[in-house]
Design a protein around this ligand. Sequence first.
Ligand SMILES: C[S@@+](CC[C@H](N)C(=O)[O-])C[C@H]1O[C@@H](n2cnc3c(N)ncnc32)[C@H](O)[C@@H]1O
Length: 285
Amino acid sequence: MPDSPQFPRTAPDAAPVQSGEVDVKRPSAARAYDYYLGGSSNFGVDREFGARVLEQVPFVRTFAVTNRSFLRRAVRWLCEQGVDQFLDIGSGIPTVGNVHEVAQQANPRARTVYVDHEPVAVRHAAAILDSADPDRTRTDVLQADLRDPDGILGSPVTRSLIDFSRPVGLLIVATMHFIGPGDRPVELMARYRDALPSGSFLAMSHLTVDGVTAEMLEQGRILEQLYANTPNPGYFRDRAEFAALLDGYELVEPGLVWVPEWRPDQQESIEPAASATLAAVGRKP
Ligand SMILES: C[S@@+](CC[C@H](N)C(=O)[O-])C[C@H]1O[C@@H](n2cnc3c(N)ncnc32)[C@H](O)[C@@H]1O
């Protein structure tokens, strides 16, 4: 019998994960990322995989922590710009400082739709919302694949909370590196961009080995190999490839930067390139 992930304390009465809908034999990106962040929503197979990753590719912990921090800063900044509805695709397993929590701190009426294709991530998000917003008046979750923009944009879940006649905050954070070249990432991004009204924003981050040390470059090669045998093979992109995903947006200051450099709360002591992660926020004109 596989072990079960523990459910967050915020939803003590949540239904257990149905193992029939979860691939418990192979690690998933969502559950491994939860492990890197010190979460408990993962299986033994994820912990074993995650420990191997952290041993061979130590920058992954820095990536996870600095990336999650960027997500929170970006949401807060978007709220300051007046954005009050968020579509978070590749939202992952809920952890401290979830998008709806950060957004509702700034604006209690803020709405969030979480989207992930990973059943554990979706089940955990649903469990949290069952206590935080049982009627789903402000926050909901959808199990769907980023590569299906029609399904996500047209879903009744999305349509019930997101008003596409008003600016939307589209969050695709640390997720596009799971979308390979064969899935036409630039076209996919264009589909989402075209659905957004003027004044909307895209916040995005992405793993890269462009501009890292030789040692990290070698670690990156190992990371690609490790993920190649999971349901979520990963792809590094260089700066130009990442910039191409932001086509059609005007980047807000400070532009396309290492993730710790995007409007840091405090002076970060970390060497920015140690995150191996690029970030940007763009506004649709
Ligand atoms: C590294 S986590 C990032 C989570 C969160 N966005 C963050 O930055 O903290 C990547 C997430 O993307 C999800 N993901 C990967 N490929 C996806 C796809 N094709 N469709 C939807 N979600 C996907 C994974 O399940 C995982 O939860």
